[in-house]
Design a protein around this ligand. Structure first.
Ligand code: BDR
Ligand code: CA
Length: 356
């Protein structure tokens, strides 16, 4: 089993990332850290618990992070992810509650329990991980791999002209995590920046294929001419909620002149975490601008070792269609198994067999 710890700010694309991990039968999701970002931390936690319960995976502990970044005031982005962070979806409220272990301690415990084995992936701000490293500086050295969705190096930011959301929410935390990764014996994290994640674009035809893979009916194809907020009537519950969530994301990107599509930043990052060979990377020393009047939150990559040795590997290219094919087949098959068994996590210990 691949031991995985997910730190997220769920979030529409975080939701897809979580479903992908649950779908992978070869992955043991050791824990989930809820970090404030797209929505406040209690909403992130509720979303994580709701998805888990919907998928029959209440065995996965959810850990609550700080309600605020290390230094900055919290900003959230309901205009991007919907009032509850899951677009138009209205997930059933989970009956289970979160763990009493907070998100930072959960990072530390998970890494200590699986030394050299745990893969950590962060798809939200780095607040919880930075807090964990403050409490236990040896933590990064205990991970088998760390993958971070964040940063914008050679493209515009999506939060300010120069900053990407996950870094912009908590720049100090990001800076501390990158600094901690520069030391001896600590593997450089793989960073999945906007430069690449914006190419992983889900379009309505992908949703058609997803519903078909799940055996969900009717097969719906969201269209830009649809009334905004049109709700799914899919008979498969996971697919219905996913379409309701992703329709919001399609409309958001459309309204911002990106096309009627949805950038799947976070699912891509978890896929990289599981299969780093799907990306090419360049080594770089990454740091975060903390004081710039216009550039606070900007990620700066020194790709020529002018300021020190590399502390990150920046993902630069991938086979986008292969990524989307895997995502559709894996989540589609999982949604089908959830509908068939009602409780796949407890019955099978996971999702479906991986397709690679
Ligand atoms: C990141 O920002 C969030 O809104 C998404 O969930 C993703 O993690 C992309 O910049
Ligand atoms: Ca996210």
């Amino acid at each position: 089993m691949i031991r995985m710890f997910l730190d997220c700010d769920t979030g529409i694309d975080d939701s897809v990332a979580l479903l992908y991990l649950l779908a992978r039968r070869d992955v043991d999701v050791v824990g989930i850290a809820s970090t404030a970002g797209n929505v406040p931390v209690d909403v992130v936690t509720a979303n994580n618990l709701a998805w888990l319960e919907l998928c029959g995976r209440t065995d996965v502990p959810v850990h609550v992070g700080s309600p605020v970044p290390l230094v900055a005031e919290l900003m959230t982005t309901e205009d991007t992810h919907g009032p509850l962070g899951v677009g138009y979806a209205e997930l059933p409220v989970a009956t289970a509650g979160p763990s009493t272990t907070d998100a930072a301690d959960a990072w530390i415990e998970a890494a200590a329990t699986h030394p050299g084995e745990l893969i950590g992936v962060v798809t939200g701000p780095l607040t919880s991980l930075a807090t964990a490293i403050r409490r236990d500086p040896a933590l990064p050295g205990r991970l088998a791999r760390l993958v971070i969705m964040g940063g914008a190096f050679h493209v515009h930011g999506n939060t300010t002209p120069t900053s990407e959301w996950n870094i912009a929410v908590d720049p100090e935390a990001a800076a501390e995590v990158f600094a901690a990764c520069g030391s001896e014996g600590v593997g450089a994290p793989i960073v999945c920046p906007l430069d690449l994640t914006e190419s992983v674009a889900l379009t309505p035809d992908h949703l058609v294929r997803l519903a078909a893979a799940a055996g969900s009916e009717p097969v719906e194809c969201p269209d830009p001419t649809d009334e905004p907020g049109l709700r799914s009537v899919a008979d498969n519950e996971v697919i219905r909620h996913l379409i309701d969530a992703l329709r919001f994301y399609l409309e958001f990107h459309h309204a911002h002149d990106e096309g009627y599509l949805a950038h799947l930043h976070d699912p891509f990052a978890v896929m990289v975490a599981l299969a780093p060979d799907i990306v090419e990377t360049v080594p770089a020393r990454v740091d975060v601008e903390l004081v710039g009047r216009l550039t606070r939150g900007m990620t700066v990559a020194d790709e020529r070792s002018m300021t020190g040795e590399p502390n990150a590997r920046i993902a630069t290219s991938t086979d986008v269609e292969a990524v989307l094919d895997d995502l559709i087949e894996t989540i589609g098959g999982f949604a089908k198994s959830v509908a068939q068994s009602g409780n796949p996590g407890i019955v099978t210990g996971g999702g479906i067999d991986p397709v690679h």
